[in-house]
Design a protein around this ligand. Structure first.
Ligand SMILES: Cc1cc2nc3c(=O)[nH]c(=O)nc-3n(C[C@H](O)[C@H](O)[C@H](O)COP(=O)(O)OP(=O)(O)OC[C@H]3O[C@@H](n4cnc5c(N)ncnc54)[C@H](O)[C@@H]3O)c2cc1C
Length: 411
């Protein structure tokens, strides 16, 4: 194999939002960083593309809320560095039967993390959201200020640009910074037995040496981690469908971001989520959380989740002012599900010790926390520990103790 002659402090494999945010963090701290992506940058074949992701602090697991709260600050910081917005504020509404265990756990977690919230019955909610939202009689809504929409493709591009910008400044002085390479599929990561660190090799025959390596390959995590470390991680890719629905004429403004209308989640069967109208004026995103198991290299590209439950939910919830006849636009994407839906953030271990760090299994809810995940992955790679964060819920070893991962008493 050809040796490219390039050496780095950190090599990040996979340029979705997690890898790009990690590269931004390591470059910003003055470390020479290489970010490698198998496809074109900003491609649509993974999990980080598209027009909107919800950010919310309402989690039944109380360990996510502090990560979300830190992420709000980091989103703002990155926005101020780049000079444009990727985050658009809204309130967050979580709806469920009044005795739903997950919603009760959300309320408890808000209390514990000092997140202000209001619990509203059907009539109060109807009034709060200008008559647009109607829930069943025995349901309640939990409303917090910590909602909103992140623009995903724009955010990934922001982190990549910031990684480069930090690199450009530093390269002049310290020969540090970031190098971003796309269409570079990583085939292997091997330990350098002579001087330590790792060799990262690509399908094109190039090899790069890094003191540390961070693997953030989304739906490909199980495959690459098996090749590299011989470990079988239980991360299952799912293909999921985002649906956009037409708001009936004259009501478009009421659903637009920046007004009353919230980002929302409805904890029924199926779990349904959505965002105010932003990316396509006159359309609103309402989708089912879930999808079909898939091989990321042999995607079915459809047919998508059944539409009947969505149509029924839209008709019942939005007082007939959103056309529930069918979505007018759809987009496909992949989740990387762990059995407990908790992230994997850990050292690969084995012969690599602390030289290879893995960030994966973001289970359809990681985007909002990508700034803090990048911060943590960079901490782990550069210092061997994550400042101020308890990572036990995210350890790989949890699956050895219990194949289903972390136990959750609200399920
Ligand atoms: C439809 C949809 C809606 C979602 N909604 C929300 C939401 O509302 N809120 C929220 O917080 N989260 C949400 N998520 C989840 C969030 O988008 C993901 O958790 C996040 O994007 C995962 O990013 P990633 O970097 O881990 O994976 P990816 O974005 O898939 O990035 C991994 C990258 O690694 C590359 N790669 C793989 N193998 C190799 C290799 N061998 N060599 C080089 N490169 C490689 C891939 O090509 C890819 O670019 C949603 C996800 C989807 C699909």
């Amino acid at each position: 194999m050809e040796y490219s002659g390039e050496e780095f402090d950190v090599i990040v494999v996979g340029a979705g939002v997690m890898g790009s945010s990690t590269a931004y963090q390591t470059a910003k701290r003055g470390h020479k960083t290489l970010l490698l992506e198998q496809f074109d940058f900003l491609h649509h074949r993974g999990s980080s593309h598209g027009e909107s992701r919800t950010i919310r602090a309402t989690y039944p697991e109380d360990y996510y809320t502090p990560l979300v709260l830190e992420s709000y600050k980091l989103w703002q910081q990155a926005e101020s560095e780049i000079g444009y917005n990727v985050y658009f504020k809204a309130n967050q509404l979580d709806m469920a039967p009044a005795n739903d265990k997950v919603l009760l756990a959300v309320v408890e977690s808000c209390r514990k993390n000092s997140v202000a919230f209001s619990v509203m019955n059907r009539d109060q909610l109807h009034q709060e959201f200008s008559g647009l939202v109607m829930i069943p009689e025995d349901w309640v809504g939990v409303v917090t200020e910590h909602g909103g929409v992140i623009k995903p493709t724009k955010a990934v591009s922001m982190f990549q640009t910031l990684a480069l910008q930090n690199g450009a400044v530093l390269r002049d002085n310290m020969e540090n910074g970031a190098v971003l390479r796309d269409n570079m599929e990583v085939m292997g990561v091997e330990r350098d037995g002579v001087r330590g660190g790792v060799w990262v090799s690509t399908a094109k025959g190039e090899r790069f040496w890094g003191k540390k390596c961070v693997v953030t390959v989304g739906a490909w995590t199980t495959k690459l981690v098996k090749t590299v470390g011989g470990i079988e991680l239980p991360i299952q890719p799912l293909e999921t469908t985002v649906c956009y629905w037409r708001i009936k004429e004259g009501h478009e403004g009421a659903f637009a971001i920046g007004g009353d209308f919230p980002t929302f989640a409805s904890y029924g069967n199926p779990y349904i989520y959505g965002t105010p109208s932003l990316e396509y004026p006159g359309l609103i995103k309402v989708a089912v959380n879930g999808g079909y198991p898939c091989d990321p290299d042999k995607r079915p590209w459809g047919p998508g989740n059944p539409l009947a439950p969505l149509k029924e939910w839209i008709e019942g919830t939005f007082s007939g002012v959103v056309d529930s006849g069918g979505p007018v636009a759809t987009q496909l994407c992949m989740y990387s599900m762990t059995p407990d839906e908790d992230f994997v953030i850990d050292f690969l271990g084995g012969e690599f010790g602390k030289d290879v760090v893995v960030g994966g299994g973001f289970s359809g809810h990681g985007f909002k926390m990508s700034p803090v995940v990048g911060r943590i992955l960079a901490d782990l790679a550069l210092t061997g520990e994550a400042e101020g964060v308890e990572l036990k819920q995210f350890r790989i070893a949890r699956f050895q103790e219990n194949p289903k991962g972390n136990a959750k008493d609200f399920l």
